[in-house]
Design a protein around this ligand. Structure first.
Ligand SMILES: *Cc1c(COP(=O)(O)O)cnc(C)c1O
Length: 398
């Protein structure tokens, strides 16, 4: 009888003979056995490939990171346990006490909190500036400014950053430019081609696309920057689980199709939603009256994004009625974006609830403001749900 290997201690690789699997395998192992101390030395010193311990890296994270790096045209990248872990890896992995960082004043809510509350506590000074004006960013720079962090398209007003102007400024002053491209994805814009040193994604959103994995990715043009961020992320435990990476890799297989479909539906809805009684203030980057239309056309080409922002009548009562009726028609209010299913967000009660009404009004956000993240449903079904919501808002407004 053939001797059995102690398989729990040293699992055999799945052998498939002549049949190769077509689906990506998942490798949940927390730890990897090394052949010898010298083999381990070779791995740690970068002379041999391989893994040691899952927090430091595993095959599913490596495969996902490489896929996104290719899409972004980045030399390399790192998968993290959330988009915020990617933002933190860039800011906290690369900056030190005494440095100053300038952020866009309409960054994602938690990125703003990192800028306002956490970094100053650690001795890293921060300023916020209007990212749609390179001049405003220039005015915020200090001699000790080491990084600028912007988002390509802002939430929820869909303003488009002056990426070219800010990249020029960063380059001239020797400042690192980090770009959070979550809203635009590499399908619409590859930030390294516009001068970004660091690119950040909440993979949770469009890239993974099925609202079932919380992940981030951060890539860099320069290998030393990436190595520094990776060291920070591994030390702080910001890295990702194999299962989430595996789900995201599966999601990426359909990313381009999903993005193109969602964006086309969003563009079509942006043309029509203003016709609904009680709906106004329509925002879409490629709309004729968008304040950044020319920049959007130049930076994003034919691609707007999959987000449309609008106002419904009737203040909070109108907003409640709108959300209820749209929800009943199958369009839920849920604080995310980029899922295969369309979702509504109400910034005044969620992403921007930390601001008072006057500060929200300065950004153009009122009680009636909704942001629609368009998914894969037929345009007519979405229009019908939005029409039902608009009708209910009008009725509530009286
Ligand atoms: C959601 C989001 C993040 C944070 O990503 P998580 O995966 O939720 O941590 C960062 N930036 C932008 C623009 C986002 O939309």
């Amino acid at each position: 009888m053939a001797e059995q290997k102690p398989s729990l201690m040293r699992p055999e690789a799945v052998t498939t003979g002549v049949s190769a699997p077509v689906a990506a395998p998942i490798q949940p192992s927390v730890v990897y056995a090394a052949e010898s101390p010298s083999a381990l030395d070779a791995q740690y010193e970068g002379r041999a490939a391989g893994h040691t311990y899952a927090r430091e890296g595993h095959p599913n994270a490596a495969a996902l990171a490489a896929r996104i790096a290719t899409m972004e045209g980045c030399a390399g990248g790192l998968v993290t346990g959330s988009g915020m872990a990617a933002v933190a890896s860039a800011l906290m992995g690369l900056l030190r006490a005494g440095d100053h960082v300038v952020g866009g004043d309409q960054l994602y809510g938690r990125s703003l909190r990192l800028m306002r509350e956490e970094l100053p506590r650690l001795g890293i000074a921060t300023s916020l500036a209007d990212a749609t004006e390179a001049g405003a960013v220039a005015a915020a720079l200090r001699p000790e400014t080491r990084m600028i962090l912007i988002e390509t398209v802002s939430n929820p007003m869909l303003r488009v950053a002056d990426l070219e102007g800010i990249a020029e400024l960063a380059q001239a002053r020797g400042i690192l430019l980090a770009v959070d491209g979550t809203f635009t994805t590499p399908r619409a814009l590859r930030a390294v081609e516009h001068g970004a040193d660091i690119v950040i994604h909440s993979v949770t959103k469009l890239l993974s696309g099925h609202a079932d994995a919380t992940l981030g990715w951060v890539g860099a043009r320069d290998a030393a920057l990436l190595a520094r961020m990776e060291s920070f992320a591994v030390t702080m435990g910001l890295t990702a689980s194999p299962f989430d990476c595996w789900l995201a890799e599966r999601g990426l297989l359909t990313f381009e199709l999903r993005y193109d479909r969602a964006e086309a539906t969003a563009a079509a809805l942006a043309e029509r939603l203003g016709d609904l009684p009680g709906v106004g203030g329509l925002r879409y980057p490629l709309s004729a009256d968008h304040p950044d239309r020319a920049r959007a056309a130049a930076l994003l080409g034919a691609r707007g994004c999959n987000m449309v922002t609008f106002e419904v009548a009737g203040g909070r009562a109108g907003a409640d009625a709108f959300a209820r009726a749209a929800g009943e028609a199958g369009l839920p209010m849920a604080p995310t974006l980029g899922d295969a299913g369309s979702t509504l967000s109400h910034p005044a009660s969620s992403s921007h609830r930390g601001l008072d009404a006057a500060a929200r009004a300065a950004l153009g956000i009122g009680e009636g403001t909704f942001r629609l993240s368009v998914g894969l449903e037929p345009e007519e079904a979405l229009f019908a749900a939005l029409a039902a919501g608009a009708e209910a808002a009008r009725a509530a407004a009286g």
